[in-house]
Every structure is written in structure tokens, then in C-alpha cells.
Design a protein around this ligand. Structure first.
Ligand SMILES: *Cc1c(COP(=O)(O)O)cnc(C)c1O
Length: 446
């Protein structure tokens, strides 16, 4: 790991003068469609700290969107990827293969739920993994329809835009979208009309009714769901929802795909979030946390489903790049050695305790409507006092106040009113608490 002191340090305004200068160059050279949460330019990062070009050290509650769970310069990732880099950067696995790719697939077979025979295919991005899961499910079932859920997020390519629920900013103006994609309700406990205790049973019944009546179960190739919804607002489907949908898929020969791209690899305190209710998906898509920051993604699943696509039907020039595979092996080694599942559960304990305290302390019109999430995937949903009306303005103001104090936080949610916390799992507890102190003070600025 790079030896960055694990201490917050704010020396300049945030962003500082050097970042402002770089931002001007960026605005001239980089397409406007690529945004940034906080235009602070990074010099180095590691543990729970991002150091910028002005020498400021920010506490990282984002992990580059749930990617650097082992830190942004984890020793085993740097060591293995550097060694691989010196040996060779690329041959293309489809031209002459290499061991690292096979080893990552072996690890995926061990770590993902279920003791059935499993195989994997590797790609570069999360969206690419989801696209390939759809290809594989269609080849296996010889059906075309794909079912996804309200508030779901699956990427920015053409097919995955169709799978994604939210229009702005992901889809607006970018259509037409791929056909044969159908969206059904999800058990969003906090906003379910009859309350969270009924959401699991009622939402699954509604979703299944829509699938059978509007699509026809016999036409459905795949049902794709995030076991904890990420961009949509860190929504844990109410208990009972996922098992009901998984059972329905099984009974109807539909491939059940868990999109664990954000929730996987120790993020929720288990290797995969679907383990929480004992779900064994037919296919799992992974990316983000898999390789300590290097671009890698995978589809893993039942061997007979994974083998349904003909030879040459899957792949890509860079898929399973050897340096990224070495990074993944280093990240997995780190997760095992440091028991990052236990670390994630401890982060949940600290964060939820503090956030509930903050909610209790806020004057009667508490703006914190809901505290939720699992492991180190925790969020608060902000609402107008005394209502459940989403308060996107308060959310943006809180994020801004945190940024000014050197705490990097991200927002999400269909209504833009969720503040989400995704610290690296290796963050020190003192930094974690300091970040929460900053958040607490930010509430006073509202
Ligand atoms: C981020 C994300 C994706 C897309 O991954 P990219 O690497 O950005 O293409 C897909 N699904 C989920 C659940 C994600 O969080």
C-alpha cells in the first residue's frame, strides 16, 4: 500500500487551486457528458484516504463507487499486477490463453453460492458482464424476454440502458432502447404503500402476476435483480421478495441472474449479498470490487447454462486482461487474509449506530427518513420533515457540506435523495468516525 498518512488534512478550499486549474483543462478537453462528483484531482490514494494535487487528504466514503474495497493501492494487488505487467500486458485470451484468467474463474467457482458445477467468462466492465449474462440466458433458454425491476441499475450500454430504470441522467436522449425488456415492481420497504412488513409478499405477488399475465413466463429468458439495489437507492428488497422471485424463476425454467456488481465481494459483509436469504442464483454478474480497481468483470454460473453459448460466441479483445486478473487474485487474497467480510459487518455496526443517533438528535422534523443497507453499503434517505417527500436539495446540500470539510460522499436514488456510504473495507475506525462527525456537523448547515 502506498504510505499515505491515514489522516484527513484540508489545506486549501476544496477543490484547491491546482485542481481548479486542471478542471479548466479538463473542461476544454473532456466531453461534457462525463461528469464528476467532486472535481478534486487525485495524486494518490490508499486505505481510507484520497490525496489530491493540492495536498489535501480526503476521507473516502466512496471507494470509486464500491470498487476499491481493499483500498486503492492494496499491497497484494500492486505486487501481483506489477509482476504481471513486467511479464506481459496482453495476448488476448481468445488467441493464446494464460493461467491468471483460469485461476480467477476457479476462485469465482469457489466463492459464489451453491456447490453445483460452475464456469465463468471474464469481461471488462459491469455493463459488459450484464450484456453477456443476457446472451447466455437467451442461448440456454431459446427465449427472448428479460425481466428487470423498478429502481434497477445495470449499466450504460444500449442493452443495459434498457435494463436500467432511471431516465435522467442514464437514458435521456439516448434511445431507441433494446426490445424485449420488461420492468416489474420491487419490494421497496420504506415506500411500499402497506408498509415494509407486507412489501416482500405483496411486491413479489405483483411482479409474478405481471410476468405471467403481460409477458408469459414461457417467454422469459432471464430475471435480473441486484440483491441490494445500488444506484436506485441502496434498497434491500424486503424479506421474502428475493426467495419468491428465485422460486418462480426455477419453477418456470427462467435463468435467475443476481447482479452483484455493486453488492458483491465482501461489500455487504458476505461474499455475495444474495447469501443473506440463502439464494443460489443461476448466474451472477460481478465487477467493481473484484480486482482492487483494475477493470475486470465476470459472469459466473451453472456449467450447463454457461456452456450454452457456442464457441466464439462470447469474449472480446480485452476480456479478462492478465494484469486485471492478477489484480483480482491480489484483491481476493486480501479479502481472505484481512477477513474483510467481518470488517464490513463492523462498519455497518458503527455507521448504523451513529446514523440512528443522528436521526434521534435531529429536531422533530427529522430529515432522515430511513437508515438502511448492509455491511459497508449503508445509506440514509432524506425527506421533507414530517413527510416521505424526497428531499434532493437537502441531500445535495449535505454532500456539498461534507465535501468542503474533506469527506467524500456520494448520492444516489431514483429521487436523488439518498446519501450513500461505501468506504473502503480497510478504512480505519478513527477515520470512519471522523467522517461521521463531519456528516453530523453538516446537518447543522441545513
Ligand atoms: C456499476 C454497476 C453496473 C455497471 O458497471 P460498469 O462497470 O459501470 O459498466 C451494473 N450493475 C450494477 C448493479 C452496478 O452497480
Amino acid at each position: 500500500m502506498s504510505d499515505i498518512p491515514q489522516e484527513r488534512r484540508v489545506l486549501t478550499a476544496i477543490p484547491g487551486p491546482k485542481s481548479v486549474e486542471l478542471q479548466a483543462r479538463r473542461t476544454a478537453a473532456v466531453a461534457a457528458g462525463v461528469g464528476s462528483t467532486l472535481p478534486v484531482f487525485t495524486a494518490r490514494a490508499g486505505g481510507g484516504i484520497i490525496e489530491d494535487v493540492d495536498g489535501n487528504r480526503l476521507i473516502d466514503f466512496g471507494s470509486g463507487i464500491a470498487v476499491t474495497s481493499v483500498g486503492a493501492s492494496a499491497e497484494a494487488v500492486v505486487r501481483r499486477a506489477s509482476a504481471q505487467l513486467a511479464d506481459f500486458t496482453h495476448t488476448c485470451f481468445m488467441v493464446t490463453p494464460y493461467e491468471g484468467y483460469v485461476e480467477v474463474c476457479e476462485r469465482l467457482a469457489e466463492l459464489t453460492p451453491g456447490d453445483h458445477a460452475k464456469k465463468s467468462a471474464l469481461f471488462n466492465s459491469g455493463a459488459e458482464a450484464v450484456e453477456n449474462a443476457v446472451k447466455i440466458a437467451r442461448a440456454y433458454t431459446k427465449r427472448t424476454a428479460v425481466v428487470v425491476f423498478d429502481h434497477g441499475y445495470h449499466g450504460r450500454t444500449n442493452l443495459t440502458m434498457a435494463l436500467t430504470a432511471k431516465n435522467m441522467p442514464y437514458k435521456q436522449g439516448f434511445g431507441p432502447f433494446a426490445p424485449e425488456v420488461y420492468r416489474v415492481p420491487v419490494a421497496y420497504g420504506y415506500r411500499w404503500p402497506t408498509g415494509p412488513e407486507n412489501a416482500g409478499a405483496e411486491a413479489s405477488a405483483q411482479a409474478i402476476d405481471e410476468i405471467t399475465k403481460q409477458i408469459g413466463a414461457e417467454n422469459v429468458a432471464a430475471i435480473i435483480i441486484e440483491p441490494v439495489l445500488g444506484e436506485g437507492g441502496f434498497i434491500e428488497p424486503a424479506k421474502g421478495f428475493l426467495p419468491a422471485i428465485a422460486r418462480f424463476a426455477k419453477d418456470n425454467g427462467i435463468v435467475f441472474v443476481a447482479d452483484e456488481i455493486q453488492s458483491g465481494f465482501c461489500r455487504t459483509g458476505q461474499w455475495f449479498a444474495c447469501e443473506d436469504e440463502g439464494i443460489v442464483p443461476d448466474l451472477i454478474t460481478t465487477a467493481k470490487g473484484i480486482a482492487g480497481g483494475l477493470p475486470l468483470s465476470a459472469v459466473t454460473g451453472r456449467a450447463e447454462i454457461m456452456d450454452a453459448a457456442h464457441s466464439g460466441g462470447l469474449g472480446g479483445t480485452y476480456g479478462g486482461n492478465p494484469v486485471a486478473c492478477a489484480g483480482a487474485l491480489g484483491a481476493i487474497e486480501t479479502m481472505r487474509e484481512l477477513d474483510l467480510n467481518a470488517r464490513a459487518r463492523r462498519i455497518e455496526e458503527v455507521m448504523k449506530g451513529r446514523l440512528e443517533e443522528m436521526r434521534a438528535k435531529l429536531p422533530n422534523g427529522a430529515v432522515i427518513g430511513d437508515v438502511r443497507g448492509r455491511g459497508a453499503m449503508i445509506a440514509i434517505e432524506l425527506v421533507k420533515p414530517g413527510t416521505k417527500d424526497p428531499d434532493a436539495a437537502a441531500t445535495a446540500a449535505l454532500a456539498k457540506a461534507c465535501h468542503a470539510e474533506g469527506l467524500l460522499v456520494l448520492t444516489c436514488g431514483t429521487y436523488g435523495n439518498v446519501l450513500r456510504f461505501l468506504p473502503p473495507l480497510v478504512i480505519g475506525e478513527d477515520l470512519l468516525n471522523e467522517g461521521l462527525d463531519i456528516l453530523e456537523r453538516a446537518f447543522a448547515t441545513l
